[in-house]
Design a binder for this molecule. Structure first.
Ligand code: UDX
Length: 457
């Protein structure tokens, strides 16, 4: 269908459609809120599946619509899930957009879809909408998958390979996304991340939750070829700027945060004294690793707030919670942004998921990088060697991070030789991140441009 003239010229109506996991919902919902704050009318699509029971976004500025996907419950994470999601959800998305076009006085003009769902571009084009792919991981990571798609990086790689790619630091095998360093581990997910580049040249925009200053070189390299636009950090402004009161929380939690407990506990601790530990919404540790981490936290003799999701709690050593209750608090989910801005938090032991990385960096919290899988090893490389806002744990020959290493890293980041430089760098990045989304900042301008463009045609 040709993009047709609308009788509601001047309205910027946008549909935003994330892949239904927390690490994708958060940045895309925040982006949706930014669009709404600039006058766009936004419909945010949620998908019911195992992880996303019917959801409500507590925001008056954007409208939400659910696409039913109960079939996904049975096949979550498998190739079957990806196939079902594509075949069933693409039809339901098309129906939803068709309905909006026929019934709304403000029909949509653009579809911003998760880059994990490249087929959504076909739906956008079918109805004459602008199509914008939203990348929820760093451009540096995505560029590695781009090279796989192009054949300029070939896998599998030899054990001690050093990878040199345009406008990227030299990467050792342990700095590469896990799907690349071990192609046998998650072939379905590897295919999914590479497929993001199957039709990306046909998209009208390529958005990414990052900012130009953070990934300058790779962004220069990519933007000389494609319509790349940085729109991050996609973090509610209240956390970046305490003066803004009306934009708290991302707004849609798949897990229930133990907010009061965490904040009251942190309130009782000294400034900069707490180690915050979290591995995000998906990663799971082995029982052996969990034990070493628990013992390392204990040995550090520091206060710690550790997020252990309900499904992981059975791996905790017995009596650990009781034995460490004077120094530690274990919760099943935290209000992470409130934790990271709390004065009591001194460092963040993180799995380096892209959201956690951007959140800590934008809020000035030094990191202990403990990457688990997917894009996290590459994020860890940038945290330590490029932005210099953290240190990385070392594994032993069995691939385990031992208790002594955990203890060493906590001491190092809190009071070691590098700690002052890391704190200074963290403060520097915090300012740059805020400037990027402040009015007239590099990311803010890109969002303005997008809203202006879809308002005009
Ligand atoms: C996944 C991938 O694992 C990650 O590497 C990728 O970059 C994005 O998708 P996830 O593992 O959940 O995400 O990690 P992350 O990207 O850090 O996202 C987790 C989100 O949940 C963050 O926004 C964080 O603030 C939030 N969170 C996490 C909480 O609100 N409370 C918690 O206790 C833990």
């Amino acid at each position: 269908m040709e993009r047709k003239e609308r009788d509601d010229e001047g309205e910027a109506n946008v549909v935003v459609f994330p892949f239904p996991v927390q690490g994708h919902i958060n940045p895309m919902l925040q982006f949706a809120k930014r669009l709404a704050s600039k006058g766009a009318k936004v419909t945010f699509i949620t998908t019911n599946s195992q992880q996303t029971k019917p959801m409500q976004v507590p925001s008056t500025s954007i409208n939400t619509q659910a696409i039913e996907f109960p079939e996904g419950d049975k096949a979550n994470g498998t190739e079957e899930f990806v196939h079902l999601f594509k075949t069933l959800v693409s039809k339901r998305l098309a129906n939803l957009i068709e309905h909006q076009i026929s019934s709304s006085s403000h029909p949509p003009r653009a579809l911003v879809y998760d880059s994990f769902l490249p087929w959504a571009l076909d739906v956008a084009k079918q109805f004459g909408l602008h199509g914008a792919s939203f990348f929820t991981q760093s451009w540096s990571n995505s560029s590695i998958y781009f090279h796989l798609n192009q054949g300029t990086l070939k896998v599998p790689l030899e054990e001690n390979t050093i990878v040199s790619l345009p406008s990227m630091p030299v990467l050792g095998i342990n700095d590469l996304p896990s799907f690349v360093s071990d192609t046998r581990s998650y072939p379905t997910l590897l295919k999914m991340v590479i497929d993001r580049f199957s039709n990306f040249e046909e998209a009208d925009w390529l958005f990414c939750n990052t900012f130009v200053e953070l990934e300058n070189e790779i962004i220069n390299w990519m933007s000389s070829k494609w319509p790349i636009k940085t729109v991050g950090p996609a973090i509610p402004s209240m956390y970046l700027d305490k003066r803004v009161k009306d934009d708290n929380d991302y707004g849609l939690q798949l897990f229930k945060p133990e907010s009061d407990l965490c904040i009251k506990w942190l309130d009782s601790k000294e400034t900069g004294s707490v180690v915050y530990v979290s591995f995000g919404s998906l990663a799971g540790l082995t029982e052996e690793q969990m034990l070493e981490l628990a013992l390392g936290l204990k040995r550090s003799n520091r206060c710690f707030l550790w997020v252990v999701r309900e499904t992981e709690q059975k791996k905790l050593p017995s009596n650990f919670i009781e034995e460490t209750s004077e120094k530690g608090l274990v919760v099943s989910w935290s209000p992470q942004l409130d934790v990271l801005v709390h004065r009591a938090v001194g460092c963040f032991m993180t799995h380096c998921g892209w959201n956690s990385t951007l959140e800590a960096l934008s809020l000035g919290v030094p990191m202990i990088a403990m990457p688990q899988w997917t894009d996290q090893p590459t994020n860890a490389k940038f945290i330590t060697d490029v932005w210099e806002v953290g240190i990385r744990v070392s594994k032993d020959e069995k691939g385990i991070i031992r208790k002594e290493e955990i203890e060493r890293c906590i001491k190092e980041i809190m009071e070691g030789e590098k700690s002052l430089d890391i704190k200074t760098n963290s403060e520097k990045w915090k300012k740059i991140a805020k400037a990027a989304v402040d009015e007239g900042g590099s990311s803010d301008k890109n969002i303005d441009e997008f809203v202006a463009k879809i308002t005009c045609n």
